[in-house]
Design a protein around this ligand. Structure first.
Ligand code: HEC
Ligand code: HEC
Length: 465
């Protein structure tokens, strides 16, 4: 057989394959409802890359989940019907006016799973040198943020973004500051553990070591067995991330003075100043409520009852490096994921729950106080000096709702009083969400049975008293 015919044969086989592929894509486009199809962008997210690196384990649930997360009402209803039975037995301990967050069909809620997730959330053995747990960056008393402008990972590596509060995170159909593809808590949990750029918990390539560490702990044997009987109590990425996600879905915060006033009929729960602040917040002067809307003060929202996911990103005029709207490297928002010029500097509307304790503010922690936040909005986009100099007010991609306004000193105090009335003291100290481990336990960096201490001398956390 000549070389030419060989090539021709190959070509034939190849074009056959291509035709099949195209047919498959067409079938998907036509038969799967548009809302149920994940957005297709040429994503460059480290998050996505990390996830694709992390094993077929997750593949069995990830695509299905993201499809269900945004499917239409009818599809959702039938898809979740199977889970409804087990679902109804879970006690969310939330008020009657609030629907629970959506729960993926393949990860139904259970007390055992939530308890396991809580232990994992507070377990430093989830990090490379046993120095860092989720709560290192997500502290309950700070609304599950870390009080820093930029988060610091294992070995002191500074990340590019500010840690986010986790109050009501189960109601957010798009996770992290600007990633439209990060739609599931199960998948998100992989990012802090395994991301390499930036390093957070530094476990990339160390899955087996992690499972080994957890297997050493007799408590986990029992907890995993109880939480995942259908997986024979297996300790792996699938069970770890599902338990973390189940715990995170219980982090519901609707017990603030504002909630008591608004939904609890306790008219005296809100002071005069906060009441006047509420009026300002919901006024056409400040426009705050257009984006920070609904019970969670954000227009990115999905409940168990919503037919579809609402997701919104805006450029609020924080930067303007080149006079044409450029945001700083590493923090270009939605643009990083879509490469569309108009997406430059667009970030997800952040919930304002517990905002009184979650400073510093914005994706890069660049506003230290609520006064600085209000200054920014009052200017209709702030003017930045120094290395990132530029006039955000003139950012061409800025949303028209951020147009600026004048506030008297008294009005400013009122607006702040309203924002502070969203602080839910009960949530910030609720024992159901707090560290379950005894002092000095290896999970909290204590000595004891912990393995893999080789790196521990280089960190300060491990040797805490
Ligand atoms: C080194 C600090 C750090 C650690 C440790 C950490 N996070 Fe985060 N977390 C962040 C930062 C920073 C963001 C924002 C990320 C972004 O937008 O790129 C974030 C975002 C999140 C979000 C998205 C919240 C939202 O509203 O969209 C969730 C959920 C989350 N983290 C859960 C976890 C879990 C679970 C763990 C433990 C497995 C964890 N984090 C460990 C710093 C950390
Ligand atoms: C056009 C939509 C929009 C309007 C109008 C708007 N915001 Fe925002 N808000 C956002 C977005 C988007 C973010 C996240 C921005 C970022 O980090 O880059 C945000 C962030 C914030 C934050 C920081 C939250 C955190 O955890 O870091 C506060 C506080 C805030 N807004 C308060 C207000 C107030 C008060 C008003 C009215 C004066 C207002 N916002 C008007 C969209 C809006």
């Amino acid at each position: 057989m000549s070389v030419a015919t060989l090539d021709a044969k190959r070509l034939l086989v190849l074009s056959g394959l291509c035709a099949l592929l195209i047919a498959a894509i067409l079938w998907y486009r036509i038969w799967v409802p548009a809302e149920a199809q994940p957005e297709v962008h040429n994503a460059e997210s480290t998050a996505i890359q990390t996830v694709t690196l992390i094993k077929p384990l997750m593949d069995e649930d990830v695509p299905r989940q993201s499809l269900e997360g945004s499917s239409d009402a009818g599809a959702r209803g039938s898809a979740t019907a199977g889970a409804a039975l087990s679902e109804s037995s879970f006690d969310w301990r939330i008020p009657g006016w609030l629907p629970p967050p959506p729960v993926p069909e393949d990860n139904p809620m259970s007390e055992a799973k939530v308890s396991l997730g809580r232990h994992l959330f507070y377990d430093q053995r989830l990090s490379q040198d046993d120095s860092m747990a989720c709560d290192s960056c997500h502290q309950q008393s700070l609304g599950f943020t870390d009080g820093r402008a930029l988060s610091v990972g294992v070995g002191g590596s500074v990340t590019e973004r500010s840690a986010m509060g986790l109050a009501n995170v189960g109601y957010s159909p798009a996770l992290t500051w600007a990633n439209p593809h990060m739609t599931s808590l199960e998948r998100q949990a992989l990012v802090p553990m395994f991301s390499e750029e930036p390093v957070e918990m530094g476990m990339a390539g160390q899955e087996q070591i992690l499972f080994g560490k957890l297997q050493q702990d007799p408590l986990y044997k029992a907890l995993f067995a109880e939480a995942f009987p259908e997986h024979d109590g297996r300790i792996d990425l699938l069970t770890i991330t599902r338990a973390l996600a189940a715990f995170e879905r219980t982090l519901v915060s609707v017990g603030s003075p504002y909630d008591k006033y608004k939904y609890g009929n306790e008219l005296q729960a809100l002071g005069e100043a906060a009441l006047r602040g509420e009026t300002l917040f919901y006024s056409e002067k400040t426009e705050c409520y257009h984006c920070h809307q609904g019970f969670n003060f954000t227009d990115t929202l999905q409940t168990a009852n919503s037919g579809f996911a609402e997701v919104a990103f805006y450029n609020t005029g924080l930067y303007n490096l080149d006079g044409q709207g450029l945001y700083p490297a590493g923090n270009k928002g939605l643009f990083t994921f879509t490469n569309k010029p108009e997406d430059m500097g667009k970030f997800r509307t952040q919930s304002l729950r517990n905002v009184g304790v979650t400073a510093p503010y914005f994706h890069d922690g660049s506003a230290a106080t609520l006064d600085e936040v209000i200054d920014h909005y009052a200017a209709g986009g702030r003017r930045v000096q120094g290395a990132l100099a530029g006039n955000g007010h003139e950012n061409p991609h800025k949303d028209p709702l951020v147009m600026g306004f004048e506030l008297s000193d008294a009005e400013r105090e009122d607006l702040k009083a309203f924002l502070h009335s969203l602080t839910d003291a009960e949530f910030l100290s609720n024992p159901r969400f707090s560290d379950p481990w005894p002092d000095g336990h290896p999970a909290r960096g204590g000595t004891g049975i912990s393995l893999d201490q080789s790196d521990s001398t280089t960190t300060t956390e491990v040797s805490k008293p």
